[in-house]
Design a protein around this ligand. Structure first.
Ligand code: ATP
Ligand code: MG
Length: 745
């Protein structure tokens, strides 16, 4: 039975309710972390469908990460049922754009079987172009420069016209070559997905004529092109709900524009603005210190954020000697927390959030030493492992063989005696004939030789029997693989693995670790299985039928799977199957956006790491730390080594926390345990074990302050002072239902 209105609104406070049921065409919810923005947005989707007469297939919901999309789907599925949930067009901007381009891209001359160039592909292509054209620009600079142009909707030609000479000549050359390369290979990069979708919806508004309303989470991190896209999605009825928090804008480096907020208010002056002022996530102490950090940014738009939870304990700040002792300390503390709160907290309740993925090394090795399992989010990816990547490249070629990069990578894996020289001549022939490498190979295999070719007949034969035949037969099969076909995606992948004699290839190629690599291959197959089964996966359903509009059917499982691989930046596996509750999460701060954990560690809080030495925007770095700290519900640990990693030498505690270091933070001691115990259960709404139960069974090594790690503890002048006492000098202030300031500055 569908939920009554009262049930939907039950879990909401007054302001949230007002936002959920607002009749205004445009609604903007701007509020701080943990104030229930995402919760409210999800409830509004449910309410619109259940009580305002919206059809699920006419609703578009854009989230920022794949993970957030999955969580939202799960929640909606629970309330409205799977069938309704599946009909909603819900996903990241990129995945929604992909669906439109697959279904309607023909109208703008796009082959529906495009592949997506992910970050790694893009980097490799640009690097090659720089080498080939002897450009002196730094490829990674070129990459972000091009991306920024695209995010503004500037094409390669337009960019070149605008700046004929001058400092950007090389960058423009790179941009042009890069774009041509993508087009030749039928590849779209992340930016193209958005740019081409804008082109499609501008030229063919009927594709979205059914859309009744558009809802967007994490709006503060949309860029210019996403703003365009939002407007185009909503063009039929101009009903938009956005939620966001300017203080959590952390994607400026990827062209996110805070200005989009003002643009929205300008473009839709009738917008109903709702602010949510209560923080349901964190203890009062955690919130208070987090706010102290962000309030140092004097230019920000100030909002009210009041704790609903008890005070809890101050966050812990700890200085350690080296990054590796820091890792050890974190692991020691994790074990202690699990030991103390056994039953109430599990490993899955703990996250370690890093400014950059490269900082994970010491943490990973400390966890490894102690036998604590973890999963990595936003760092090194399962799909990037060599043996897995080869299989993915094969599947990409099977799906869409014009992908020259993928063809070049697999042509001699497993070894077929095809050398660099052959690959080079194939590439040259392709270039001259303005054809894809694959077409050239096929031509050779059909015996259509050109007079100038350098490819020997023996080689042609090899290519034919060992590559072309395999791909061709798999291509025919792949065409038939849909959700319900008897020949499944798993069958296809298994057939590929066996025809390549992949196990044998691994044994021959990797004498030492071929077993591990084979295990990864099996894991990959099981991931394919997960993908097929998972009801919450991205892009499951095709777009709704729109009257009089022909749609290319988006039911090819291989295409969907590959898109999922390219877009799911957080699809991680670590080899073995694990019970999720036994895994600690290591994540970049960027990838942790919108999420929450009972226990959060933020290591490496020093100048150089955060603020990052290469960042141009100090305020964005501060917001990053704020995002990290506000993920925590009950425990927050910040730490900092005396010596930075990678030979950085002596480092200093981050300027973002230095001013509060002595007052706002605690050092963890026995009294800490008792205090935290009481509040944690309440914040999490979980049963608390009795003190006796806990302290009696605590092994001695965990019973007191961990003086195994004494390296320069932070000087706590007022360690005994109660948390959040107002020191009177403008330093961290008690929040006790007191308005911080509600004036915009
Ligand atoms: P962020 O800015 O970090 O994305 P958010 O504003 O989206 O945060 P949510 O993730 O929606 O916040 O909510 C934070 C937590 O508060 C969640 O656990 C959510 O279930 C809970 N919550 C939200 N609203 C309420 C409420 N009215 N009553 C009780 N708990 C709530
Ligand atoms: Mg959120």
């Amino acid at each position: 039975t569908p939920p009554s209105e009262a049930t939907i609104l039950k879990s909401l406070n007054h302001a949230q309710r007002r936002a959920v049921t607002s009749q205004s065409p445009t609604v903007a919810i701007l509020a701080g972390p943990g104030s229930g923005k995402t919760h409210t947005l999800t409830s509004r989707v449910v309410w619109l469908i259940q009580h305002a007469g919206y059809q699920p297939c006419d609703v578009i919901v854009a989230t920022f990460t794949v993970k957030a999309a999955r969580e939202m789907k799960e929640r909606i599925g629970k309330i409205l049922g799977e069938d309704v949930q599946k009909k909603i067009v819900l996903g990241t901007f990129h995945s929604i754009a992909r669906r439109y381009l697959t279904s309607y891209g023909k109208r703008i001359g796009l082959d529906s079987k495009f592949n997506i160039a992910d970050d790694g592909d893009t980097r490799a292509i640009i690097k090659r172009i720089c080498e080939r054209h002897r450009l002196t620009v730094d490829p990674s600079h070129a990459k972000s420069w091009i991306s920024k142009k695209k995010a503004k909707g500037t094409s390669a030609a337009a960019s070149q016209n605008r700046q004929k000479d001058g400092p950007h000549t090389e960058l423009n050359t790179c941009f042009k070559e890069y774009q041509e390369h993508l087009e030749r290979s039928n590849l779209l990069d992340y930016d193209d997905l958005l740019v081409r979708c804008v082109e499609l919806l501008r030229g063919h508004p009927s594709c979205v004529s059914n859309v009744q309303t558009v809802l967007i989470d994490e709006y503060q991190d949309t860029n210019g092109i996403q703003y365009e896209l939002m407007k185009l999605f909503a063009q039929a009825r101009e009903r938009i709900t956005i939620v966001g928090d300017p203080d959590q804008s952390i994607y400026g480096w990827r062209s996110a524009e805070i200005r989009n907020l003002y643009r929205l208010l300008r473009d839709y002056p009738e917008t109903d603005e709702v602010s949510l002022e209560e923080n349901y996530r964190s203890s009062q102490s955690i919130l208070s210190v987090s706010l102290s950090v962000i309030q140092e940014d004097k230019k920000r738009y100030q909002k009210v954020l009041l704790p609903v939870h008890a005070k809890g304990e101050k966050p812990v700040l700890r200085k350690l000697a080296t990054p590796s002792t820091e890792g050890d300390w974190i692991v020691h503390e994790i074990k202690r927390v699990i030991m103390l709160f056994g039953g109430m907290l599990k490993y899955e309740d703990i996250a370690i959030l890093l400014r950059s993925a490269s900082l994970s090394r010491h943490i990973e090795s400390a966890l490894g030493k102690a036998g604590v399992s973890y999963r990595m989010v936003g760092g090194h990816k399962f799909y990037e492992r060599k043996e897995v990547k080869v299989l993915i490249d094969y599947l990409r070629v099977v799906h869409q063989p014009d992908n020259n990069d993928a063809v070049a990578r697999i042509i001699n894996v497993p070894r077929r005696g095809i050398g660099e020289a052959t690959i080079k001549s194939l590439l040259e022939e392709a270039e001259q004939a303005k054809m894809s490498v694959w077409s050239v190979i096929c031509k050779h295999c059909r015996g259509e030789r050109t007079a100038t070719t350098k490819i020997r007949p023996k080689m042609e034969q090899k290519l034919n029997t060992e590559l072309v035949r395999i791909i061709t037969s798999l291509r025919q099969k792949a065409e038939t693989v849909t959700q319900s076909s008897p020949y499944t995606l798993i069958n296809l992948v298994e057939q590929l693995i066996s025809q390549l004699r992949f196990k044998q290839h691994l044994e021959e190629e990797y004498s030492i670790d071929h077993e591990q690599r084979w295990a990864n291959v099996r894991e990959f197959v099981s991931l394919v299985g997960d993908f097929m089964r998972s009801s919450a996966r991205i892009d499951e359903e095709a777009l709704p039928e729109v009257a009089d509009l022909e749609q290319t059917k988006d039911d090819n499982m291989l295409g969907k799977f590959l898109a999922n691989v390219s877009l799911a930046s957080d699809a991680q596996r670590d080899g073995e199957e694990h019970d999720k509750s036994t895994l600690v999460t290591i994540s970049t701060i960027h990838a942790a956006k919108g999420l929450e954990w009972p226990v959060v560690f933020v290591p490496a809080v020093y100048n150089g790491a955060i603020p990052h030495s290469r960042s141009e925007d100090v305020d964005e770095e501060r917001r990053l730390l704020y995002v990290a700290m506000t993920r925590a519900q009950a425990f927050l640990y910040l730490s900092c080594p005396l010596y930075g990693s990678q030979g950085m030498g002596k480092v200093e505690l981050s300027d973002f926390v230095e001013p509060f270091a002595s007052k706002a933070f605690a050092s963890r001691g026995p009294s800490f345990d008792r205090a935290v115990l009481k509040t944690t259960g309440r914040i999490l709404g979980r049963d608390v074990p009795s003190e006796k139960e806990i302290f009696d069974k605590l092994p001695p090594m965990f019973a007191t302050e961990d003086d195994q790690y004494p390296a320069n503890p932070v000087d706590f002048k007022n360690a005994d002072e109660p948390p959040n006492a107002d020191s009177g000098d403008g330093q961290p202030r008690a929040l006790k239902r007191q308005r911080i300031s509600d004036k915009a500055i």
